[in-house]
Design a protein around this ligand. Structure first.
Ligand SMILES: *Cc1c(COP(=O)(O)O)cnc(C)c1O
Length: 241
């Protein structure tokens, strides 16, 4: 499988999107989403220079992290919904958690991280679409959650994440992204700065997301190819291919 070619094609599209709106390429992080794909694919991308990968299932993260423990510069971002009883594995394996959506989860993670002597970068997941299948906190609840996170010393709030509306209507998707930019401003006002990351954009909408200020695009199928598993529509409504 020509993963290096897929990576190069996505890279070119990121560069073009940045150019269209006068942004520097370095202002956008490409986060490959390797969920459902084998560790051989991850190793292949690692060989091509990729150092961060994202997973959305705790068990899959733990299994892949263990299997690939020899790749010393490998970092994992966990982007899936987390239940408190699985906080331990995320605390042990993830370098970043992008789907924080409750104080209960923050508390569970913090406790596990304290035990391990680790810290974790976290992003609050925001439900910008209101669609039934979506996780995340309502836009109105984001500032309060961000403030409350100050209690947990092992968590560092680095930004906000969203999965935009599942529609081909660019105006609707763009509004989800603009909601995020507005929320980041409110969080910064409340906390006196920080919260720089806007993780938004997937295979189907990452160029639009960059044009709306994304600093992290989470790209799965455009790099690794189509996924096939039963809960796919829940986890990745915008998957292409
Ligand atoms: C699967 C997933 C992605 C990547 O989706 P693609 O459409 O394959 O690029 C991005 N973000 C989240 C939260 C996901 O679960």
């Amino acid at each position: 499988m020509p993963l290096a070619e897929n990576l190069a094609a996505v890279e070119a599209r990121i560069v073009a999107a940045c150019d269209r709106v006068g942004r520097r390429r370095e202002s956008v992080r490409l986060l490959p989403v390797s969920k459902t794909h084998p560790t051989s694919d991850i190793a292949e991308c690692y060989g091509a220079g990729v150092r961060w990968f994202a997973e959305n299932k705790v068990q899959e993260l733990a299994a892949k992290a263990s299997e690939l423990a020899d790749l010393s510069e490998l970092n994992w971002s966990f982007i899936g919904h987390l239940q408190t009883n699985k906080a331990r594995d995320v605390a042990a394996h993830a370098h970043e958690f992008q789907a924080l959506d409750s104080l209960r989860v923050a508390e569970a993670l913090d406790r596990r991280l304290q035990g391990l002597g680790r810290g974790l970068d976290v992003l609050i997941e925001v439900d910008t679409s209101g669609e039934e299948s979506k996780f995340g906190v309502a836009p109105d609840a984001v500032v309060d959650l961000a403030r409350a996170l100050g209690t947990y010393s092992s968590l560092r709030l680095t930004g906000l994440m969203t999965v935009a509306a599942n529609t081909s209507d660019q105006a609707v998707v763009g509004r989800c992204f603009d909601t995020m930019a507005g929320l980041r401003g409110r969080v910064r006002d409340a906390l006196g700065g920080g919260c720089d990351d806007l993780s938004m954009g997937m295979s189907g909408d990452f160029e639009l997301a960059i044009e709306h200020g994304s600093t992290c695009v989470r790209v799965g199928s455009a790099i690794f190819g189509a996924r096939s598993y039963a809960e796919e529509p829940l986890c990745s409504p915008q998957s292409v291919g």
